[in-house]
Design a protein around this ligand. Structure first.
Ligand SMILES: Cc1cc2nc3c(=O)[nH]c(=O)nc-3n(C[C@H](O)[C@H](O)[C@H](O)COP(=O)(O)O)c2cc1C
Length: 397
């Protein structure tokens, strides 16, 4: 981002302290960063903090007699405006063109691309007014980095937490270094858990969030690839412009994989497909009878990767192994048995990584048994590193 001129807009949310780290990292990457603050943002972080980190005066007082045209001057000297965090109030002002402080005036004067990272309490995030303001901004081409699920400052767990700084940073980078190295490559990606019904209201599943597979789909698409994303039930929004195929059961996922296999170059099987399903699906809800236990007979589900391997499809195939013990040994075994080009192994027993988390620590093993331990990274970064390795292998003569 050498010499990229980035304006960071900070509004009055509890996550304003995270904008401090964002500014620090942007400066570290060589960007020339200017900060503009809403009139209320100073309640959370002082302009002095941003001034010290950016090395430039911070624009926060619209009616500063010495600097009265700063919203125009600054707007003319930025390549990108990143508003992080964007409060519900600032989103509303941007959507409806209000201009009553430094940030909102600069927003209207700025003609370049706008990237917005909202953060708020989950009730505010779910309010129709907020949703409509976001839809309006999106219809004008404004890009968003959606908030994450997690523990919020109000103590509630839910959506609304400012996206990880690394994710925002990655999005900012993509404005200045758009990558299109996957043009012409067709990806078939599976993600999320599967649900195997026991009766009309119960099912067997696992805590997979789908975040890893969605991250691979998002980055493959962003880098120019064509993407079909087959997903079990998740709470995630599919990345823009991917061909999205939702499903529930392992056999449904298998049918979709087999249907689309012929039209892909790369198959990435990141879904956490359940290994077992109930032998019999009860038509009615199973009743509880006092203290009597319930014995369920489970049968194995279809092994999708094995079916792909047996068809010897000639595709580049990537599998994932989530293990709670003997991680590397189990991953090697799966690599061989399922004839994979790569296996991405992660230790689900380690705290803070794996299924629900936005970050992961994985080991990538290739067909030749070269092993690469990656440090803890956001899933989007892991996705890019995996795609880099896939691309290198595809280019091999
Ligand atoms: C402690 C505290 C934390 C707040 N956190 C948020 C928040 O995370 N997101 C949000 O939209 N509003 C939050 N608010 C409310 C905003 O600060 C308030 O709507 C303010 O008017 C927004 O001003 P601005 O958008 O012009 O910066 C918070 C208020 C307080 C008192």
């Amino acid at each position: 981002m050498k010499n990229a001129k980035i304006i960071v807009g900070v509004s009055a949310g509890i996550a304003a302290y995270k904008a401090v780290e964002l500014v620090r990292l942007l400066v570290k990457e060589g960007a020339e960063v200017r900060v503009v603050m809403s009139a209320n943002a100073g309640q959370f972080v002082t302009p002095l903090t941003f001034e010290a980190l950016s090395g430039h005066p911070v624009y926060h007082n619209l009616f500063d007699a010495q600097n009265s045209m700063e919203h125009i001057r600054m707007a003319e000297n930025g390549d990108l405006l990143v508003v992080a965090p964007a409060t519900a109030s600032t989103l509303a002002k941007m959507a409806h063109g209000l201009a009553d402080d430094a940030l909102s005036c600069l927003h209207l004067a700025f003609k370049g691309p706008l990237l917005v990272a909202p953060a708020m309490n989950e009730g505010m995030w779910g309010h129709p007014a907020v949703k409509e303001n976001i839809a309006l901004l999106k219809s004008r081409g404004v890009e968003f980095v959606d908030p994450e699920d997690g523990e919020l400052a109000c103590g509630v767990i839910g959506p609304g937490r400012l996206a990880d700084t690394a994710v925002i940073l990655d999005k900012v980078r993509s404005y200045f270094n758009p990558r299109d190295d996957l043009i012409g490559i067709r990806f078939l990606i599976t993600a999320g858990p599967t649900h195997e019904a026991i009766d009309p209201v119960r099912y067997l599943s696992n805590p997979s969030s789908g975040k890893m597979g969605y991250a691979v789909a998002e980055r493959a698409k962003a880098r120019g690839g064509e993407v079909v994303l087959i997903s079990g039930p998740t709470h995630l929004k599919p990345p823009v412009d991917v061909d999205f195929k939702p499903c529930k059961r392992a056999d449904e996922m298998n049918a979709l994989v087999q249907e689309h296999l012929a039209d892909c170059d790369v198959l990435v099987m990141s879904a956490a497909v359940g290994d077992f399903a109930a032998e019999k699906l009860e038509k009615e809800k199973i009743k509880k009878h006092g203290d009597e236990g319930l014995v369920l007979k489970l049968v194995p589900t279809v092994d999708i990767l094995l079916e792909v391997a047996q068809r010897n499809s000639g595709k580049l195939v990537v599998g994932f192994a989530a293990e709670s013990q003997n991680l590397v040994e189990s991953a090697f075994e799966k690599l061989k048995k399922k004839n994979l080009d790569f296996i991405v192994a992660n230790d689900i027993s380690a705290p803070g990584i794996g299924f629900q988390s936005d970050s992961n620590q994985v080991t990538i093993i290739d067909r030749e048994e070269n092993m690469e331990h990656l440090p803890l990274k956001p899933k989007l970064e892991i996705a890019d590193l995996l795609l880099d390795r896939i691309l290198t292998r595809l280019k091999r003569p």
